[in-house]
Design a protein around this ligand. Structure first.
Ligand code: GLC
Length: 480
């Protein structure tokens, strides 16, 4: 049994440094949760988990104190590229940042130009491997996340001859299978990597970063048990289902946790009055404040429905808009917060124009308004077409906002029909409308409704449980 396990956690984004989506929440909390595990949870091994991130052009990292720790060249055909590594710490955890010109070539974490992103993340992934030769700390495990860092695992396999890398085991957490990085033969070639020569992967996938990372990974972790099963089917497998079926033994679904101290209605400065499962009454102040700030009729009895998050086909905003139109004869108000796909934003604006007395859409990122919505709305709609895990439904439950969700992926694993929320099966407006009708029926009975709220608020979505599962996996990877 190893006395200590060193883990290097690779991600494109992590709170509190840089955040675009759910990946940042996980990358900002899981490494810390792992470090905080008691000894018995790690089978007596000390877990030294560290994080490595790209130094993006506009990241809040710039305001933290960083010291330079290494400088080297990353091989690229036509001229090697200088890279620099900086180190800072987050609650005692060492965090490395890598800088280099491909990382500052585009101003955002993910750019609209996929070729630019491939260049950026190929450089980052290879710089991480090179860094291991220049810092005096060696990981036993490389823990990559999504397509952006998957290439590090593939490149590691190609360099097994290197004594620094020979013993390193690998794990890839899968937050979103359809995002594979695109066809990347050029980037592979530029960084001195061969396309995969193995029939195990379909031909097309042998030049895509994510499939290459899956192929190379010793363990694959989809972010919920239900998603882990779904990706084995043609509906969710994105053409990789046969390959993934052949790797079943290496796949373990682990549900993401939630930062329960950051999301706590009893201690949230962004809401007018704290509340808890034991004291729900002050929640009404949030609903009133929300209705007021949106310019909606301030009526405590009208059910207020909400959606918060990335505006994207994955999230099914279009299904929600159609379902709301179908349910127009019921009394409800609706608020949506978030930005993204222009076509869906347009549909949202149309809905507001058609129902200006009861619909408000805020097409932006607005963290304080988000918190007021979780705290003040009655129901949270999440009709996702697929949902690897989903964070918003867990936050909603913690704030007493009852979820109405599609039974898929992490939604299925976190929301319980008849106890904490309402589920529907097909990605069709009529199915959502039917679930909404059931929810409205229960809402009309306040005692029953409060039971749903309290059940959701008492559910344990905290990080220690998933962190233990990851620790177990690290343990089995390093003992085998
Ligand atoms: C992606 C998935 C989401 C998941 C998040 C964090 O954004 O779409 O379901 O919660 O990653 O794992």
């Amino acid at each position: 049994m190893p006395a200590s396990i060193n883990v290097l956690f690779l991600a494109a984004e992590a709170e509190p440094f840089v955040k675009v989506g759910g990946l940042a929440d996980v990358a900002g909390s899981l490494p810390l949760a792992l470090r905080a595990l008691p000894y018995q949870a790690t089978h007596g091994a000390a877990l030294d988990v560290r994080l490595v991130l790209p130094l993006h052009l506009h990241s809040r990292a710039e305001s933290t104190t960083m010291r330079p720790v290494a400088e080297f060249q990353v091989y690229r055909s036509g001229g090697s590229i200088p890279a620099q590594v900086f180190e800072t710490s987050l609650n005692g955890m060492p965090v490395y940042f890598i800088s280099g010109h491909p990382l500052s070539a585009s101003p955002s974490v993910y750019s609209p130009d996929p070729a630019l992103d491939r260049e950026k993340y190929a450089f980052f992934s290879l710089a991480v491997l090179e860094m291991l030769r220049h810092v005096d700390w060696q990981p036993d495990i490389l823990h990559a996340n999504d397509w952006h860092t998957a290439l590090a695992l593939y490149a590691l396999r190609a360099r097994r001859g290197d004594p620094v890398l020979a013993r390193v085991r690998t794990l890839l957490t899968l937050h979103n299978l359809p995002y594979m990085g695109g066809e990347a033969a050029d980037a592979l070639n530029a960084y001195g990597l061969m396309p995969l020569n193995d029939d195990a992967l379909p031909q097309w996938a042998r030049t895509f970063f994510l499939p290459l990372g899956l192929w190379a990974a010793d363990a694959i972790v989809p972010v919920s048990p239900a998603y882990a099963r779904e990706i084995l089917t043609p509906d969710f497998g994105c053409g990789l289902e046969s390959y993934l079926n052949s790797r079943r033994e290496s796949i373990t679904g682990i549900l993401n946790g939630l930062d329960v101290s950051g999301w706590d209605p009893a201690a949230d400065a962004a809401i007018p009055a704290p509340f808890s499962a034991a004291n729900l009454e002050p929640r009404s102040a949030s609903k009133a404040a929300l209705q007021k700030s949106l310019g909606l009729p301030e009526d405590p009895r009208i059910p207020l429905l909400a959606m918060v998050g990335r505006v994207d086909r994955q999230k099914g905003q279009d299904l929600a808009f159609d379902a709301l139109r179908q349910s127009a004869s019921h009394a409800w108000q609706f608020v949506m917060l978030g930005s993204g796909d222009p076509a869906l934003e347009n549909l949202a604006a149309n809905l507001q124009a058609d129902f200006h007395d009861r619909v408000r859409v805020a097409l932006r990122y607005d963290a304080p308004l988000g918190r007021l919505i979780y705290a003040g709305a009655d129901m949270f709609l999440m009709p996702s077409r697929y949902e690897p895990c989903g964070l918003a439904q867990m936050i909603a439950m913690r704030y007493g906002c009852v979820p109405v969700v599609r039974a898929t992926g992490g939604l299925k694993d976190t929301v319980e029909e008849g106890r904490t929320g309402f589920l529907f099966r097909k990605a069709e407006p009529a199915d959502l409308a039917e679930a909404l009708e059931r929810a409205l029926g229960v809402y009309a009975n306040p005692a029953k409704w409060q039971r749903y709220q309290r059940n959701g608020m008492s559910a344990d979505f905290s990080w220690p449980r998933p962190a233990r599962q990851y620790a177990m996996l690290y343990h089995s990877l390093t003992s085998s």
